[in-house]
Design a protein around this ligand. Structure first.
Ligand SMILES: [Zn+2]
Ligand SMILES: [Zn+2]
Ligand SMILES: [Zn+2]
Ligand SMILES: [Zn+2]
Length: 443
């Protein structure tokens, strides 16, 4: 079950609205309780997974009410067998009810420090979710409990217990936090030693980075930076200053950018070229230094901001970004969602539509995956909130760049909406441009 609040992408100061989306359907705040009852009694759903998103933007009163309704009506009712609980602490900042669920489920988080401190039991999680804010809170907690660097690291060792283990650590990175003395929103520094000790003591096997624009992480704290005990790291800092982890190794690293704006833009897929780069071309080299791995998969956004112009240039930019540092022994794959308009251009002299070519170095690889279904609310184009999310089928094609000598393989899986492919192209135009990019979608 998914319960979420959807801010408008152009909204700077977010004003709480009087509706949320439950399972992709718009529900007025006053009707939520009735809807939960309906689901658990009339429909009889068995809730195993609850994901709440961006609910910290709700007004305070409704926030608490919703938190309690989720516990009493969903978890206490049809959610007796809850396996995953994600995001709920955003509403309560960590409470006993939530930490009790953490004790029994397989996937939980993002953890607040107070919840982490209740985890003194021994347990293996399938997934644990943490945030950059938690890393900061842990660093500051350890500093506050000690008198010097040595004492601080001893405190850190006692805070992160090896009785807990998790197969996958999901790290939520807020790319739009504010520094108290700066105007620009950015991804803020994280204390490296805190991340490293978590990865080691929890015996993490794979990592997922969840890049997000809208969170109420808000102001970041800078106190810990004044102590020089911890090494500050950011995924968008110049990679040459990031030290490579010597003994850690992960089976793979996944990156989710469905809720990202800045990071996605940094990979070259936004229509606006005027925006200042934010250093995300350092992303892959930094991932390999912090979380050593030979396999990275990245899901670019399919809804907040998707590419609209010039597929040839976008694919070249992406290749340029991912090979900024020469990678050895890396298998990288990326899902890239684009509008169909990206494959055409209008010749200014003849005023006729032309089809763009496949970017240099890529070649089409026939594989049999080739479609996926995604839901989205089209609020980038239309200023309205639909009653229900659109559910759309995307058709994909794989384009590969291979460097055999360096054991580097890059698969860029490009997706276009099935609907747009069916409507968009006349056969004659496709025949006129036999080497077009979009032609591969009709083979
Ligand atoms: Zn709670
Ligand atoms: Zn994975
Ligand atoms: Zn846009
Ligand atoms: Zn082809």
């Amino acid at each position: 079950m998914k319960i979420e609040y959807i801010p408008h992408p152009e909204e700077i100061e977010i004003q709480p609205k009087d509706f949320i989306y439950v399972n992709y359907r718009k529900i007025d705040n006053y009707a939520v309780s009735g809807y939960f009852t309906f689901l658990s009694t009339a429909v009889g759903v068995k809730v195993e997974k609850i994901i709440t998103k961006r609910l910290s933007y709700l007004g305070n009163k409704f926030k608490h009410k919703l938190h309690n309704m989720i516990h009493s009506q969903l978890i206490g009712g049809c959610g007796k067998y809850i396996e995953s609980l994600i995001g709920l602490e955003e509403l309560c900042d960590g409470c006993e009810k939530c930490s009790n669920i953490a004790k029994t489920c397989l996937e939980y988080g993002p953890l607040r420090l107070s919840t982490l401190q209740t985890m003194t039991y021994s347990k293996n999680y399938k997934k644990l979710h943490v945030t950059d804010k938690l890393f900061e809170d842990i660093a500051e907690y350890c500093i506050s409990k000690s008198k010097n660097k040595e004492g601080c690291f001893k405190e850190l060792d006692e805070t992160i217990l090896s009785t807990i283990s998790c197969d996958k650590l999901v790290i939520w990175v807020n790319e739009s936090r504010l520094h108290p003395n700066e105007e620009t929103r950015n991804h803020m520094h994280m204390p490296r030693e805190v991340i490293d000790i978590i990865l080691r003591k929890w015996n993490v096997k794979s990592v997922k980075l969840n890049m997000i624009f809208y969170t109420n992480g808000g102001l970041c704290s800078v106190d810990w930076l004044q102590y020089n005990y911890f090494t500050p790291v950011r995924l968008n800092d110049p990679y040459s200053i990031t030290e490579k982890s010597s003994d850690l190794k992960f089976s793979h690293v996944d990156v989710r950018m469905s809720d990202s704006i800045y990071c996605v833009r940094g990979f070259g897929n936004h229509h606006s070229e005027i925006i200042v780069p934010r250093g995300y071309h350092n992303f892959i080299p930094n991932i390999r230094r912090l979380f050593p791995t030979d396999k990275i998969s990245i899901d670019l956004s399919h809804w907040f901001y998707i590419a609209e112009t010039d597929i040839e240039k976008k694919m070249s930019t992406i290749l340029q970004v991912v090979t900024m540092e020469k990678q050895r022994k890396l298998s990288l794959s990326m899902k890239f969602f684009v509008k169909s308009s990206i494959v055409k251009k209008v010749n200014e002299e003849t005023n006729k539509a032309e089809l763009r070519k496949l970017a240099p170095k890529y070649r089409h690889r026939r594989v049999n995956f080739q479609s996926c279904v995604r839901r989205s609310l089209p609020i980038d184009d239309v200023d309205q909130y639909l009653e229900e999310f659109n559910q759309e089928k995307w058709i994909g094609r794989r384009f590969q760049v291979e460097d055999i000598e360096n054991l580097f393989n890059f698969n860029l899986n490009v997706y276009i909406k099935e609907k747009e492919l069916e409507e968009g192209f006349d056969k004659q135009l496709l025949q006129e441009y036999p080497n077009s990019f979009v032609g591969h979608f009709y083979e």
